[in-house]
Design a protein around this ligand. Structure first.
Ligand code: C5P
Length: 224
């Protein structure tokens, strides 16, 4: 079967990464979480007190950042490394989530991340999720999905995930963060979140993960 590129875009906390991981496993494809790259860059900026409003400082900082995806020995799933440190769990923190959309709106940051994402897709057989994958990173991807889900469902899902790690987190904080990121991501000047013209909309409000996987694999089959 021919290997293709699957681009998955959509709003925050729509279950993009859950679907992408499951699809990659079922198809034997590589999964790349492009949001993890923006989160890792944000973590670096926060740790090193980089003033990201100063483009010279951003350019200099990016030269010291090396991002890498390596499979976890136990789960075989890709995890992100920032300068050789596994930051897969650290980057999910709300401290990072609160700043990531500002950092991801910076031109130099996007150019840095997109170049690496395109390189990773050279051999096809890849599923990448994010906000601009079908529009900017892989405009020629054979299959593009645009995911959406009811707001309340999205907030509840993300809250459930975050409260396990941080019992003090409130649903209000989670709701505000999702709302803020969606606003910034879809209103920024460079590569705003948009549904690609040839993307297929997948609303998973009332779909179980199994149903959504089945639907998506059928779409892949039609393209291969
Ligand atoms: O996918 P995730 O929610 O982890 O992404 C975190 C943030 O990274 C998004 O809110 C967005 O600001 C940014 N992002 C982006 N472009 C992508 C993926 C993520 O701007 N392709």
């Amino acid at each position: 079967m021919k290997k293709i590129i699957v681009a998955i875009d959509g709003w925050s906390s729509c279950g993009k990464s859950t679907l992408a991981r499951q699809m990659a496993k079922a198809l034997g494809y590589i999964y790349i979480d492009s949001g993890a790259m923006y989160r890792a860059i944000t973590l670096y900026f926060l740790r090193n007190h980089i003033n990201w409003e100063n483009s010279k400082e951003v350019e200099k900082a990016l030269k010291n950042i090396e991002l890498d995806f390596r499979p976890n020995d136990q789960t075989a799933q890709n995890e992100i490394y920032l300068n050789d440190e596994n930051v897969e769990y650290l980057i999910r923190d709300l401290v990072v989530a609160e700043k990531v959309s500002d950092v991801a709106a910076i031109q130099e940051v996007r150019a840095f991340a997109v170049a690496q994402q395109q390189k990773l897709g050279k051999k096809k057989g890849i599923i990448m999720d994010g906000r601009d994958i079908g529009t900017v990173v892989f405009p020629k991807a054979e299959l593009k999905l645009f995911m959406t889900a009811d707001n309340v469902v999205r907030i509840e899902r993300r809250f459930k995930e975050l409260v396990e790690k941080n019992p003090n987190i409130t649903i209000k904080e989670v709701a505000e963060n999702i709302q803020m990121r969606d606003y910034i991501d879809s209103n920024r000047a460079i590569s705003p979140l948009r549904q690609a013209k040839d993307a297929i909309v997948l609303d998973n409000t009332n779909l179980t993960p199994e149903e959504q996987l089945k639907k998506s694999l059928k779409l892949v089959k039609e393209k291969t």
